[in-house]
Ligand binder design. Structure first.
Ligand SMILES: [Zn+2]
Length: 220
């Protein structure tokens, strides 16, 4: 059987990561997140990790060769043999072209799902985020406020606004998304493998829609 690959894309703050985790468990396919790959490479202090870091911190996209190396290294592992769910990649048309070639060579069956959320909603979600310094748990000042102000519900660690989520970096990230990633919509539409999902509704409803696309079965 050929591997099946599901590519989930959408703007930062759109709930893509959370949905990808749920879908991965549902489909029993590994969730390959380029964000996680960065963190692994950073934690292990690899050369790729250090290169990626300087770009991420200034809200810029990491160069293609770095991302591609990390990704192709990851999906070559045995657990990805049946397929995998991609989150955070591709982010640009050249990355999409590189991935297309590789997936075509592997005769993988590919579905692309675009999670659509209005930009004003994304800004509110991102700027309100507070991340635990200790365990990485994420709260939101409005949508998932911590029980004690400034403290993580899970470990009581100190909550902070990551630099990535500060208003000026959020503005840059969304502008980068519009310029670099948004064109993927047209690319995949032309390839006839694009599915659009309205991401601006409760997470359970979004998940149902994703599951329906991924399994091809009406879910109630
Ligand atoms: Zn914590």
């Amino acid at each position: 059987m050929n591997a099946r690959v599901i590519i989930l894309f959408g703007a930062p703050g759109g709930g893509k990561g959370t949905q990808a985790t749920r879908l991965s468990a549902e489909l029993k396919l590994p969730h390959v997140s380029t964000g996680d790959l960065f963190r692994e490479n950073l934690a292990q202090g690899t050369a790729l990790g250090l290169r990626a870091k300087s770009f991420m911190e200034s809200g810029k996209l990491v160069p293609d060769d770095v991302v591609l190396d990390m990704l192709f290294d990851r999906v070559a592992r045995p657990d990805c043999k049946q397929g995998y769910l991609l989150d955070g990649f591709p982010r640009t048309l050249p990355q999409a072209a590189a991935l297309d070639a590789r997936l075509a060579a592997a005769k993988a069956s590919v579905q692309v799902i675009h999670l659509k959320v209005p930009e004003s909603v994304l800004v509110e979600r991102l700027v309100g985020r507070r991340t635990c310094k200790q365990c990485g748990n994420i709260h939101h000042v409005k949508f998932s406020a911590p029980k004690a102000a400034g403290r993580c519900d899970k470990c009581n660690g100190e909550l902070e606004q990551r630099r990535d989520d500060s208003p000026d970096v959020v503005t840059k990230r969304l502008a980068t998304y519009r310029a670099e990633t948004q064109p993927l919509e047209g690319h995949y539409k032309q390839a006839g493998i694009l599915h659009e999902v309205d991401g601006n509704r409760p997470a359970d409803e979004v998940f149902k829609a994703l599951k329906q696309i991924a399994t091809g079965v009406e879910v109630r």
